[in-house]
Write a protein that binds this ligand. Structure first.
Ligand SMILES: CC(C)(COP(=O)(O)OP(=O)(O)OC[C@H]1O[C@@H](n2cnc3c(N)ncnc32)[C@H](O)[C@@H]1OP(=O)(O)O)[C@@H](O)C(=O)NCCC(=O)NCCS
Length: 176
């Protein structure tokens, strides 16, 4: 399998969000093999290898396109992270994302999430999208605020595979 054509292209000034390709996997695996990245996610293991990156393609191939989408975030022609919409609680679509450490602190996550939400609201027709971030990850909360999400006030204990433990997460919601 080379590239999945199931996800549309979403473009922003510095980024291109597109369906995952085989050629993305080695660099994504390298970027994700970083405890400080995966500890902020629910489902990514640590260490993270090429076989783990392959699940990005597997997952993308089995998405329900009404509620789910999977994008690799490209910058300067190469992959720098992943952004996905998955089936979340109460039938809601939930956004998740990560960027490799060399790309942090440049406004790129904000740019990616804003572009993805513009696409979700206009092209995809979503009216409600939810998100959660670990309570010890305020940068991700700020990214979501920058993209128009608001805190619901709900806090829940959620399992983090990399940490091997449950952590408190703060729920947020975006309304079109
Ligand atoms: C969280 C993550 C996506 C942020 O990516 P990024 O490209 O550095 O984010 P941006 O530069 O667009 O924005 C970060 C925002 O957080 C703010 N911020 C950074 N550290 C912060 C902190 N400790 N407390 C509060 N705000 C913080 C920045 O000032 C910035 O806000 P601003 O643009 O309003 O000034 C990235 O660090 C990452 O992928 N981490 C690992 C995986 C992860 O956390 N995924 C999200 C799971 S919910």
């Amino acid at each position: 399998m080379s590239c999945l054509a199931i996800s549309p292209f979403v473009e922003s000034p510095r980024l291109r969000l597109r369906g995952p390709c085989e050629r993305h996997l080695p660099h994504l695996a390298e970027l994700a093999n970083d405890y400080d990245v995966v500890k902020m996610t629910g489902s990514m293991p640590y260490p993270y290898g090429l076989e783990d990156a392959r699940t990005i393609l597997d997952k993308a191939a089995s998405l329900d396109p009404r509620r789910e989408a999977m994008f690799v975030i490209e910058h300067d022609g190469g992959p720098i992270g992943v952004l996905s919409f998955v089936a979340g609680p109460h039938g809601r679509t939930e956004i998740g994302y990560w960027l490799g450490r060399p790309y942090w602190g440049k406004g790129l996550a904000t740019e990616a999430v804003r572009a993805a939400m513009d696409w979700a609201g206009s092209d995809w027709g979503k009216r409600v999208v939810v998100a959660c971030h670990n309570a010890d990850n305020p940068a991700s909360g700020q990214v979501l605020i920058n993209a128009g999400f608001l805190y619901t006030g709900d806090v829940e204990m959620k399992f983090s595979k990399a940490r091997g433990d449950k952590v408190p997460v703060r729920w947020m919601v975006w309304l079109a």
